[in-house]
Design a protein around this ligand. Structure first.
Ligand code: ADP
Length: 269
C-alpha cells in the first residue's frame, strides 16, 4: 500500500505542473506513443512548456520518436534531470523522461515483476526535476494492469486533468476501450476523450480517404459512455517514416506540426 509520505513526495514533485494528462490505450500498437508525442508537440507549438513522462515499461518508444534515443538522464541533487528536445525555436520547451534512457541496451526489455515496476513508476513520479510546466503528458503501458492502478493511486492527490484514450477502429480494439473507460470510472480519473487512430487511409496520390476497417466505432463508444470524441487520425505513412527513421528532433517536430495542424484532435487543449 502507498504511504502518505510517498504521496506527498509525488505531490511536491509535480506541484509546479499546471495540467497532467494521461494517455491510455486498450492494447499495444494502436498509436498511443505517437499520439502522446503529437499532443506534446502541438502543445509546445501553442507556446506551452511541456514534459513527457514515458512509463510504458513494455516498450518505451518516446525517446526514439523525439530523436533522443542516444541520450541519457543525469542525476542531480534534486533528482533526475529530464532530457530536453532541441527544438528549432529556442523559446520552445519540451522535455522527456523515459525508462528508455535508463536501459543500457536499447533492445533490452523490462521483465520485472510488479513490485519493482511499481517502485520505478513511483520514482519517475516523485524524483524528476520538471521545474515549471504547463503540461505533463504521461504515456502509460497498454491495457489496465496493476501498474495503472498504481499510477491512479499515486496521482490521485495531484488532480490530473484526465485521460485521453487512443484506439483504432477495429472491434477488438474497441472492446478494450470499454475496459479502459470502466477503469477510469472506477479509479476516478476523468476521461478527456477518445481518439480514433489509424482511421482510414489517405491515398498519397488522390488524397481520398479509404476506410480499411469499419469506422465510427470509437465515436459510438464515446457517445455510449458519455465522453468526448476527439477525432480521427488517418493512417499516414509519413508518420511511420518519421518515427521509424530516427530523424533529428528538428525535422521530426517540423513535420509533425504540419501533420497535426490538419486534424482537429489536438485543438481541444
Ligand atoms: P503504441 O504506443 O500504441 O504501441 P505506437 O505509437 O508505437 O503505438 O505506434 C505503433 C506503430 O504504428 C509505430 O510504428 C507508429 O509509427 C505507427 N503509427 C501510429 N499511428 C500511425 C498513423 N496514424 N499512421 C501511420 N502509422 C502510424
Amino acid at each position: 500500500s502507498i504511504q502518505a509520505q510517498q504521496l506527498s513526495q509525488i505531490v511536491s514533485s509535480l506541484q509546479n505542473i499546471r495540467h497532467i494528462i494521461l494517455i491510455l490505450s486498450g492494447k499495444g500498437g494502436v498509436g498511443k506513443s505517437s499520439v502522446t508525442t503529437q499532443l506534446a508537440l502541438s502543445l509546445v507549438h501553442k507556446g506551452n512548456k511541456v514534459g513527457i513522462l514515458d512509463i510504458d515499461l513494455t516498450g518505451p518508444s518516446i525517446p526514439r520518436m523525439l530523436g533522443l534515443d542516444k541520450m541519457q538522464v543525469h542525476q542531480a541533487s534534486g533528482g533526475w534531470v529530464p532530457v530536453y528536445a532541441g527544438l528549432e525555436d529556442k523559446n520552445q520547451r519540451l522535455c522527456c523522461m523515459s525508462i528508455g534512457f535508463l536501459l543500457q541496451n536499447k533492445d533490452d526489455s523490462i521483465i520485472w515483476r510488479g513490485p519493482k515496476k511499481n517502485a520505478m513508476i513511483r520514482q519517475f513520479l516523485a524524483d524528476v526535476c520538471w521545474g515549471d510546466l504547463d503540461y505533463l503528458v504521461i504515456d502509460t503501458p497498454p491495457g489496465t494492469s496493476d501498474e495503472h492502478i498504481s499510477i491512479a493511486e499515486y496521482l490521485k492527490e495531484t488532480n490530473p486533468d484526465g485521460a485521453v484514450i487512443v484506439t483504432t477502429p477495429q472491434a477488438v480494439a474497441l472492446a478494450d476501450v470499454r475496459k479502459e473507460l470502466n477503469f477510469c470510472k472506477k479509479v476516478g480519473i476523468p476521461v478527456l476523450g477518445v481518439v480514433e487512430n489509424m482511421s482510414g487511409f489517405v491515398c498519397p496520390h488522390c488524397e481520398e480517404c479509404t476506410n480499411l476497417f469499419s469506422t465510427g466505432g470509437g465515436e459510438a463508444m464515446a457517445e455510449e459512455f458519455g465522453v468526448s470524441f476527439l477525432g480521427r487520425i488517418p493512417i499516414d505513412p509519413s508518420i511511420t517514416t518519421l518515427f521509424e527513421t530516427n530523424q533529428t528532433e528538428n525535422s521530426a517536430s517540423g513535420s509533425l506540426v504540419t501533420q497535426y495542424s490538419q486534424t482537429n484532435v489536438f485543438k481541444i487543449f
